[in-house]
Unconditional design. Structure first.
Length: 175
């Protein structure tokens, strides 16, 4: 019998997230000079910072190449950011090997076909409410939130609560 997502959450030590469609709503605004701008939810940022403060690993793997997003994650204390990942399994395997992480301890949240191969390898594959149907089909947990509207906060908060590490108050500096 397959475990429920709540039964898997106690073993999670690592969160890995896609950017577009997970940390953003998937909409890109293109300015006349060609600059592309994305919107991220501040509550997702707070939850990622809280997870780092509580001792969790966080990694970002994205097919996008906009270096501005790397700066956003650095402000939050996230230094493992893989951009331009056409094959997401390569950075995933590099990251877990380098950090001696068991794939069963990883929660990965993706929203579309490029996330599929990694999601098949992790202990807790998750997705936002508006993910592609193929991704929903393999997800152990589908957030009630859409991409860019707090789905990352949703999964982080649930894991930290299950593990007794979420109290809503963190003394870490947050920007």
């Amino acid at each position: 019998m397959e475990k429920s997502y709540k039964e898997i959450m106690p073993q999670i030590t690592t969160f890995i997230f896609d950017i577009d469609g997970v940390l953003t709503n998937g909409v890109v605004t293109i300015f006349p000079n060609g600059e592309m701008v994305r919107n991220m939810n501040i509550k997702d940022g707070y939850a990622m910072k809280a997870a780092i403060t509580a001792g969790y690993n966080i990694c970002i793997i994205s097919g996008g190449t906009n270096e501005a997003v790397r700066k956003r994650f650095e402000v939050l204390g996230i230094t493992n950011v893989y951009l331009g990942a056409n094959n997401k399994l390569n950075p995933f395997n590099e990251y877990i090997t380098k950090n001696n992480i068991n794939p069963e301890q990883v929660l990965y949240m993706g929203d579309d076909i490029p996330d599929y191969p990694v999601m098949k390898e992790v202990g807790l594959p998750c997705c936002p409410k508006d993910a592609a149907s193929e991704i929903q089909d393999i997800s152990s947990y589908i957030s009630h939130k859409k991409g860019g509207t707090g789905c990352v906060r949703d999964v982080i908060e649930q894991v930290l609560k299950v593990q007794g590490k979420w109290n809503g108050q963190f003394n870490a500096k947050y920007d």
